[in-house]
Design a binder for this molecule. Structure first.
Ligand code: TA6
Length: 277
């Protein structure tokens, strides 16, 4: 494990072990690579990503916090401020077949306009041949704090039209501010998809021509499924027009009415676990 730097000056933790290779940027505590040894990458990053300071990497696992999506104040950044803030690496350990990388977001880095609470935010990556990301919010103030959040994970597929998501059947979703709609079948992709599922099962399986990726979600009452498709791809930064064929996002989240709530002195951990089946 080492600290490296891109030619644009962004620092990242580089993991090259017998189990896996991984990259975690100090900006946004954003993991941008996770490849179990002798397996295909489990995480997607755009071919047009240029690693600029102050800009979330298009891919990996952007951490959306302390809000998901557009804020009530439309001038505030989409998906919150954690993913563009500079986190601090506070622990990197290797034990048996696990590598643990833990980062903390110093709240002094967060403009009090956006987040006027005393709280700490920590993310821990547990890497073996599966990846577990635990985003833990601890409330040090004397108030109950609520927020929305998502681990906005980008997954690879060789062909989005030959990809399906299993494990959302039986739940309901909102899409483009309409719904809720029942989800009765496996989910396929043939148009822009931006579904927010509530009360979804804790595990989904992404069935791709390259294999099945299992995604576990913990303390997550919402699950977001996204593919920008043709038109939105043209409007996205750091995203090639035809790249929608090669990716999808399946996000462990607490969004819409399912905000996360932390009582004074307590903590809330949103987690996602990702592995090839
Ligand atoms: O999670 C889906 C979504 O909310 C989409 O609506 C789209 O905006 C996507 O996130 C990416 O957002 P970003 O700000 O990273 O371009």
């Amino acid at each position: 494990v080492s600290i490296e730097q891109t030619d644009t000056g962004l620092e990242y933790i580089n993991v090259a072990s017998e189990f896996c290779s991984a990259k975690i940027f100090l900006q946004g505590a954003q993991l941008t690579e996770f490849t179990p040894t002798d397996k295909k990458p489990l995480i997607w990053v755009s071919s047009e990503e240029d690693y600029q300071e102050g800009k979330s990497v298009r891919g990996g696992i952007p951490i959306c916090w302390p809000w998901f999506g557009v804020n009530a104040n439309p001038d505030w950044p989409i998906h919150g401020v954690a993913r563009t803030s500079l986190w601090r690496a506070n622990e990197v350990s290797e034990q048996d077949d696990e590598i643990r990388v833990s980062l903390t977001l110093p709240m002094a880095q967060v403009d009090e306009t956006y987040w006027p609470h005393k709280s700490t935010l920590k993310v821990e990556f547990i890497l073996t041949t599966k990846l577990e990301v635990r985003l833990t919010t601890t409330n040090l103030s004397d108030q109950t704090i609520t927020f929305t959040q998502a681990l906005h994970t980008y997954f690879p597929t060789p062909a989005i039209t030959e990809t399906q998501v299993d494990g959302l059947q039986g739940s309901k979703y909102i899409e483009f501010a309409e719904g809720p709609f029942e989800q009765n079948e496996l989910v396929g992709f043939a148009r822009e998809t931006d579904m927010v599922y509530t009360q979804a099962a804790a595990t989904q399986r992404i069935i791709t021509p390259d294999g099945i990726i299992e995604v576990g979600r913990e303390n997550s009452t919402s699950c977001v499924l996204w593919n920008p498709w043709i038109d939105k791809s043209k409007r996205l930064s750091n995203f090639a027009d035809d790249e929608y064929h090669t990716m999808l996002c399946l996000e462990a989240a607490n969004v819409m009415d399912d905000s996360a709530v932390v009582a004074p002195g307590a903590s809330h951990t949103l987690a996602t676990t990702i592995r090839w089946v």
